[in-house]
Design a protein around this ligand. Structure first.
Ligand SMILES: Cc1cc2nc3c(=O)[nH]c(=O)nc-3n(C[C@H](O)[C@H](O)[C@H](O)COP(=O)(O)OP(=O)(O)OC[C@H]3O[C@@H](n4cnc5c(N)ncnc54)[C@H](O)[C@@H]3O)c2cc1C
Length: 381
């Protein structure tokens, strides 16, 4: 859940059409939030799509592999992402109904603000009005009344976004993949590597089962692995960092209360703690948005950093006093696949006309999956 990269990003997004004829063959490599949804929308657009993932949709090494992800519209003065979130929310709701599987939890998102002015939220308010997704201002007294489990001592005010909430993450990737297969897509559980490039074209894709695939276009949606697959172009552009989330055990008296708590984001200006309730499934989740150390998504050990954990523990005891000394019941390490400015990357390989990159989710990509998939498929048609 990344918030701190978003004030400087640009609003612009070049949308040149690719214009592949219908029934063209496309291989999508990576079945996470980006590749999974893109493959589904490409299939629905009439392409012959093969989706490939080495460890499966929402696997524990991937960025999409945690339990839950926040969905919120707030992006400072950036209307592009605000609008894409509005569309994504529509599509999440539409699909969970279509698939009869609950993926979106409309718990709302509660922002804890330390100062009078907070551009990340304040600059989104005109869009919230424009797209009829307005937030509610909460004074400290109102927070105390509505959420008595919160310590508001250092908080100036809050904002509540009643339209947001959280999504089931790894489970969504699996459900999207099942839908893709049901709707006629081909799915392979293998590792894929780009073959040679000649005459401005990738010749083929080499699979770990010894086979080769030749298609009209190759869409690499490999999350944190993109930099390793294309080191000359993306090695410095997609930087993988170790991010940690912790699941704390709530006291038995607080179980229902904290299960129904909104997703929350603490704008402390340093570590940016955030959390998601749903403790009936895993525990009271706390994440730390500050960038961790560089990380190898394949071989990196997924052990918690004791310093980061100690800080998160201290914070949670401060903000939710009933959780002081709460036991850690689980922890996860997920990689962020950071682009230089936090924007997503969708671009053509500079040397091969039939290779496309899709990635750079930068800690905020999950929620956009369906809207981004739809956008990418539109550009391909
Ligand atoms: C701790 C944490 C918190 C986050 N919080 C939020 C949040 O609250 N809200 C939000 O919207 N976003 C959030 N994000 C960001 C979001 O989860 C990511 O942006 C998104 O999941 C990226 O999806 P992806 O498909 O690009 O990558 P991934 O999910 O990593 O998928 C890439 C896939 O490619 C496969 N692969 C890689 N290389 C190969 C290969 N050579 N051959 C075959 N398969 C390959 C992998 O197995 C993997 O399944 C968070 C991320 C983290 C880490």
């Amino acid at each position: 859940m990344s918030t701190n990269t978003f004030s400087p990003v640009s609003n612009s997004f070049r949308q040149d059409k690719i214009g592949l004829p219908k029934k063209s063959k496309i291989a999508v490599i990576g079945a996470g939030a980006f590749g999974g949804w893109a493959s589904l929308y490409l299939l629905r657009s009439g392409f012959d799509v093969t989706l490939i993932d080495v460890w499966g949709p929402g696997n524990s090494r991937s960025s999409s592999g945690d339990e839950t992800r926040v969905i919120r519209s707030t992006y400072g003065a950036n209307e592009f992402y605000f609008k894409m979130n509005v569309r994504a929310l529509e599509l999440w709701k539409e699909h969970q109904e279509r698939w009869n599987t609950k993926l979106f939890f409309n718990s709302g998102v509660l922002w804890f603000c330390y100062q009078d002015k907070n551009p990340l939220i304040d600059d989104s308010i005109p869009f919230a009005k424009k797209y009829k997704a307005e937030y509610q201002y909460l004074s400290v007294e109102q927070i105390n009344k509505k959420y008595p489990s919160v310590n508001t001592q250092d908080i100036h005010h809050g904002w509540f976004d009643p339209f947001g909430g959280y999504l089931k993450a790894r489970e969504s990737c699996q459900v999207v993949n099942e839908a893709f297969i049901k709707e006629g897509g081909k799915y392979l559980l293998v590792h894929a590597e780009p073959g040679n490039i000649s005459n401005h074209k990738l010749e083929n894709l080499r699979l770990s089962n010894g086979e080769k695939i030749i298609v009209d276009a190759y869409l690499f949606a490999c999350g944190s692995w993109l930099g390793q697959l294309f080191p000359e172009y993306l090695g410095e552009k997609i930087i993988c960092t170790k991010q940690e989330v912790y699941y704390f055990g709530v006291p038995k008296e607080q179980s229902a209360l904290l299960d129904n708590f909104p997703a929350w984001i603490d704008l402390d200006g340093q570590d940016y703690y955030y959390g998601i309730a749903g403790n009936a499934r895993r525990g009271f989740k706390v994440g730390v948005d500050i960038r961790g150390e560089k990380f190898d998504p394949t071989f990196g050990d997924r052990m918690a950093n004791p310093i980061t954990l100690a800080k998160a523990r201290e914070f949670i005891g401060h903000r939710f006093p009933q959780l002081k000394n709460a036991p850690l019941i689980e922890n996860r390490v997920c990689p962020y696949e950071n682009s230089p400015d936090g924007n997503f990357i969708f671009d053509r390989h500079p040397e091969a006309d039939n290779i496309w990159f899709l990635g750079g989710g930068s800690g905020h990509g999950f929620k956009h999956g369906p809207a981004l998939g739809e956008l990418v498929a539109n550009l391909f048609t």
